[in-house]
Design a protein around this ligand. Structure first.
Ligand SMILES: C[S@@+](CC[C@H](N)C(=O)[O-])C[C@H]1O[C@@H](n2cnc3c(N)ncnc32)[C@H](O)[C@@H]1O
Length: 291
């Protein structure tokens, strides 16, 4: 698959994107980080969807859009997975390569893929089927930024992954990048103390943008402050001021997806980042007011 889930294109023809044309950017929070398109399923994916979605795709009550949870909706993780285990969340799980590989490699953990692209979800179900239907995966077909803080309790995530998020390279679209203050405000409270936040991108400009937002966060600690830049030259322009250190080695649990392969084919470098969630200060026990 070369670009089945096409990232928004880098060429600026001045034509409104389907989401812009649909007014999605103005009615569904100010902006969204995704474009809905090509929802039709191939027969193989349709079959996987029909057979596996009841067990694997979570279906919380929806709000004003099908990508939003209804007010008051919650996920009971113990009920969802039938146990209590460390939770790995991948936002934008795409075709499910990482999610399914991780679920097989770590049966002791639970894995939640958050993805709005239905063909990607269906392909993930197909992969789950071929992998022997592991029980430690579920898919959430909602906008992660709005759904995760509404549905999950604080400090419930042990690992948060965002790999090859849509780069939104045009400057007028930078506000649509997933890694932006609203997303961070939504997800950082969900990270357990000491948990990991892992990211990867093939766009140097986006890597720089991530570092500028994440490094100063008091909630996060850069895990590889001395880690060198990826070796080699890049076909995309390296932004001025791009950090020379602080880059993570490739996360061993990250498998090569079609998006990484496409970036490499285009001559771009792969930028990995890893942070730990800083420990929250111990809160003093609140004094009860006199009766
Ligand atoms: C470029 S693809 C990368 C997919 C996968 N991580 C990989 O490396 O192959 C980015 C994915 O993020 C999804 N996405 C973007 N914003 C999202 C959001 N707010 N909530 C859920 N999924 C989102 C898109 O639908 C798309 O499938």
């Amino acid at each position: 698959m070369s670009s089945e889930i096409s990232p928004p294109s880098g060429d600026d023809a001045g034509t409104p994107s389907p989401a812009d044309a649909a007014g999605e950017g103005t009615t569904h929070r100010d902006v969204v980080s995704f474009v809905r398109r090509g929802e039709r399923l191939t027969p193989v994916r349709q079959s996987a969807w029909d057979r596996l979605s009841p067990a694997y795709v979570l279906d919380p009550p929806r709000g004003e859009r099908d990508t939003l949870p209804a007010p008051g909706a919650r996920l009971d993780l113990e009920e969802v997975f039938g146990r209590r285990a460390e939770l790995v969340v991948e936002v934008g799980s795409g075709l499910g390569e990482n999610l399914v590989a991780a679920a097989l490699a770590h049966p002791e953990r639970d894995h939640l893929g958050v993805e709005v692209y239905r063909p990607g979800l269906a392909q993930t179900l197909n992969r789950i089927d071929r992998a022997g239907r592991p029980g430690n995966i579920r898919l959430l077909p909602l906008d992660a930024q709005r759904a995760l803080p509404a549905l999950l309790p604080p400090a419930s995530i042990a690992e948060l992954w965002v790999f090859f998020a849509d780069p939104w390279p045009k400057s007028r679209h930078h506000k649509r990048r997933l890694i932006n203050p609203p997303f961070l405000e939504a997800v950082l409270p969900l990270l357990a103390d000491g948990s990991r936040f892992r990211l990867a991108t093939d766009w140097a400009q986006y890597a720089h943008h991530m570092r500028r937002l994440l490094d100063p966060s008091e909630d996060l600690v850069l895990l590889h402050p001395d880690g060198p830049r990826p070796e080699g030259t890049s076909s995309d322009r390296l932004p001025e001021g791009l950090a020379t250190t602080g880059w993570a080695p490739r996360f061993e649990g990250r498998v090569k997806t079609s998006f990484e392969a496409k970036g490499i084919r285009a001559g771009r470098l792969i930028w990995d980042l890893a942070y730990a969630r800083a420990r929250r200060p111990a809160t003093a026990p609140t004094e009860r007011p006199p009766e």
